[in-house]
Design a protein around this ligand. Sequence first.
Ligand code: A3P
Length: 327
Amino acid sequence: MAATTTDGSTAVGPVPFKDICGAMPLPSAATPRPSDLRQWVRCYQGTWVPEYHVPGIVAIRESFAPRRGDVVLVSPPKCGTTWLKALAFATMARGAHPPAGAGHPLRRLNPHDCVPFMEMLFAAGCGGKMDTLPSPRLMATHMQHSVLPASITHNPDCKIICMCRDPKDMLVSMFHFASKLAPNISFSDVFEAACEGTNISGPIWDHLLGYWNASKANPEAVLFLRYEEMLRDPVEGVRKLARFVGQPFSPAEEEAGAATDVARLCSFDTLRSLEINRPAAAARYGNDWYFRKGEARDWANHMTPDMARRLDGIIQEKLRGSGLSFA
Ligand code: A3P
């Protein structure tokens, strides 16, 4: 399916959401938030989701119309969503936008401008904008597998790519991100919420297991990526992603270094240094907020060994027998 861009040309997906639909609706960062993250969330079907996502989740479940070729990117918050959006977009759109090109959309748009966040879009009553995007479409969500509508999870025409991360690093990243919205947040509160399963998008173990088990049951439909593995070998990660979405790199592309170009374009250093992702004096979410350290094991600078052991123990126990571990 084709759509018309703002300059009148015809587009084949994925195209940057912002070019077709305008800016993503965002909750105001100016609204004061409670310093206890547990007050940001509400239990929806056993999962803890930000209060303002609930209408979006309900609307997605009621009215989202999947299309052949849709690719849904999933991650618990702060597990590399921004990176996954960039990687998937750059990989899938590489025919129209060579990743080494100076005019690549990711050089002028934040990855969140390219791939819409479903809960916020639908919560703002703008879910219909998805219909105007050309196929194949890319979209992202923090919803757990158990909450995603069956029209996605049981649809042979849709694919899901999940990015997960060591929960300890996820919490550290969440602490820093949420501190921008509520400066008095304490790390120990964030930690306790995670241990009891009431962290944002928690329980963490359910989020992990839902997509892990789905990927084991149906590897053609669900790809499970790990942040730390992507850091170790981003080029191989890009190849895996490309194969999964049915767009493997051809020998000629490999020869030309296309997979390396995608990984380089989407690297932390490249994206963070772009003007569009530099700090801006705005009262909304800053694009720079999504780029902090981009490393593994920063948890060691925030947790005592006892805290790390405790959370590792809980996660290990919950994941026991699944084949997934963070040890
Ligand atoms: P840190 O806070 O540990 O640095 P999300 O995109 O889900 O909000 O996750 C944000 C985390 O991913 C942050 O982790 C951020 O720095 C990291 N990140 C963002 N872009 C990245 C990239 N291109 N490569 C690696 N990590 C990235």
